[in-house]
Design a protein around this ligand. Structure first.
Ligand code: COA
Length: 185
């Protein structure tokens, strides 16, 4: 799919100094109770920087979107325990595995709707295909309420393979089902 991205946007691997910008995006994108902490993001940056990309506006230096992932062995059970928010990336990630799990994906609200999220997702897919040829599938979970993300995944070739009922537990809001999606490469 050909994108019409803003000229000044570049996609690049995360740097440790991006942590604050990533956390600001995360807090703006997810409800309390579904957010993950900066200690975890720090571990994600350490564990697999090739699988953690950000979108930066090189004219302003602002980082406005990120996507992060882990490589798993295919024998990992795709249940609520393995998929739990906050699970330890240093234990889960295995560069010899064949399954890429998207751990988080978000954009600043004032950056949305300009194909930057789609571009970032495509940049990650291209990087993984090139650098980790053994990876033969992508998997992720998306809340039934995250319509834009769900739309991007369906458009990108992901199919629903299961649901985990009441997986997401936002504070002071009803629980939300997680839709488990897969794309074979
Ligand atoms: C998911 C997210 C990163 C996408 O970023 P973005 O830069 O706005 O994405 P894009 O502009 O590339 O694409 C958005 C697509 O969703 C569509 N969309 C937007 N709102 C939508 C809605 N409510 N319902 C269905 N589709 C919607 C847009 O039309 C666009 O599709 P198109 O290219 O076919 O027109 C951003 O919406 C976000 O941060 N959401 C909150 C966090 C989240 O849900 N993360 C997903 C975790 S699994």
């Amino acid at each position: 799919m050909l994108l019409n991205l803003p000229d000044s946007i570049l996609f690049r691997p995360v740097r440790p100094q991006d942590l604050n910008a990533v956390m600001e995006i995360e807090k703006g994108a997810f409800d309390a109770g579904v957010q993950e902490g900066s200690d975890l993001y720090e571990k994600r940056i350490d564990a697999f920087r090739d699988g953690f990309l950000v979108a930066e506006d090189y004219e302003t230096g602002q980082v406005g979107a990120y996507i992060c992932s882990e490589i798993w062995h295919k024998d990992m059970a795709l249940d609520s325990e393995t998929l739990a928010l906050g699970h330890d990336p240093q234990k889960a990630h295995n560069p010899q595995g064949t399954q890429l799990y998207i751990t988080s994906f978000a954009a600043r609200s004032d950056w949305r709707g300009r194909q930057i999220g789609t571009g970032l997702f495509q940049a990650l897919e291209k990087r993984i295909r090139t650098k980790y040829p053994a990876v033969d599938e992508f998997i992720l979970i998306v809340s039934e309420k995250w319509n834009a993300a769900h739309h991007i995944y369906e458009k990108g070739g992901f199919k629903e393979i299961g649901r985990i009922i009441n997986f997401f537990t936002p504070d002071n809001k009803p629980e939300e089902d997680a839709i488990l999606m897969r794309k074979a490469l």
